[in-house]
Write a new protein. Structure first.
Length: 354
């Protein structure tokens, strides 16, 4: 091979005002708040589609604390956010993990992804949820063969499991939420948890116990022991009860909701101040310990922090003003309202009522 052929091609950086790491609800709303201020952004996400945990883990789960929406499905929320940010034409880069963020001498940032994409960004917003995450697996020999077919760590289309025999493992909110959701339509339903105490909302636990008492489902305190397989098909799962009893449970589908195994991944190596694996930020503009790098949503921490989508939206709004001041310190900053500002209405593509 010649020396010329051995030299890697130079990748021309994409110059942008802001790079947003994470395309979950908070990252999407950050696009909107920046767009109102006339600031453009590129969004990066290691997942294959926008939505973060809402899309990956519980797309059908109802959310009740979004202002003005009495109830909203998780995927519906993502779809509404995508519709809301269309006027600002954000550029998405999916299936790319940010591996490097390097401050430059001119105050900008060199951002590099696992796919080799390079950005020259004026500011960076980390909206990466709990970071790079993987669901905790069932941990039974041979389970990997059936993962994605009959063993699942998330629910993408609840309707396809109607009139099926289902076994659910877990004791948190996801396990109890899906237990209650599946109960009316499942042919049979068994919830398995290693303890008699649950981490889920007490009201959900009470409803589950009512279903058990009514004979509409079973609860077993125990652990998965082995799979029951015929040929290439999973027929069921054997559970060892806390009292030593072996339960052979027929199952068309098995769900394991043991939570996530979060990892900050490369973020932990970017020189940002951390507290319990979360990024420390101020509460004025949600800037990290490095000027020009901001963090919103579940990835950040500050006194009084609450891990709510609602809180993340608030953080995105204040971060947008902080980003504007960082990018354009000479520009006088004042608050405008979408109801009365011709500039904002033009950016949104709407006209004020006459």
């Amino acid at each position: 091979m010649s020396d010329a052929a051995a030299v890697a091609p130079v990748v021309e950086p994409i110059r942008t005002e802001v790079v947003i790491v994470g395309a979950g609800p908070c990252g999407l709303f950050q696009v909107f708040e920046l767009g109102l201020l006339g600031i453009k952004a590129h969004l990066l996400d290691s997942l294959a589609a926008p939505g973060g945990q809402c899309t990956e883990l519980y797309p059908d789960k109802p959310i009740y604390d979004i202002p003005a929406l009495p109830v909203c499905g998780a995927q519906e929320l993502v779809d509404r956010l995508l519709q809301q940010i269309k006027p600002f034409d954000p550029q998405f880069h999916f299936g790319e993990e940010v591996v490097e963020v390097v401050p430059q001498a001119d105050g900008r940032f060199r951002v590099v992804t696992s796919a080799g994409t390079v950005f020259d960004a004026g500011a960076v917003v980390i909206a990466a949820g709990v970071g790079s995450f993987q669901p905790r697996r069932l941990g039974v020999e041979g389970c990997e063969v059936f993962e994605g077919r009959q063993i699942h760590y998330k629910v993408q289309n609840a309707a396809q499991y109607r009139e099926q025999s289902l076994v659910i493992f877990g004791g948190g909110d996801s396990a109890l939420d899906w237990t209650l959701d599946f109960a009316p339509t499942a042919r049979s339903l068994v919830l398995v948890h290693r303890r008699s105490e649950f981490r889920a909302a007490p009201a959900s636990v009470a409803k589950m116990q009512e279903l058990v008492e009514a004979g509409r489902m079973r609860f077993i305190q125990g652990l998965a022991e082995s799979l029951q397989v015929t040929g290439e098909r999973l027929d069921g799962v054997a559970v060892k009860g806390a009292d030593g009893t072996r339960h052979e449970l027929p199952a068309d589908h098995v769900f394991a909701f043991f939570g996530l195994h979060p990892k900050l991944g490369p973020i932990a190596e970017w020189g940002l101040a951390l507290e319990k694996k979360a990024l420390k930020v101020d509460t004025e503009k949600f800037q990290t310990s490095v000027p020009g790098i901001f963090a919103i949503g579940d990835i950040n921490t500050y006194p009084g922090k609450k891990k709510l989508i609602l809180s993340g939206f608030h953080e995105a709004a204040l971060a947008a003003f902080g980003i504007q001041a960082h990018l354009y310190p000479e520009k006088k900053q004042f608050l405008q309202y979408t109801t009365t500002s011709p500039v904002m209405q033009k950016r949104l593509g709407v006209t004020s009522p006459t």
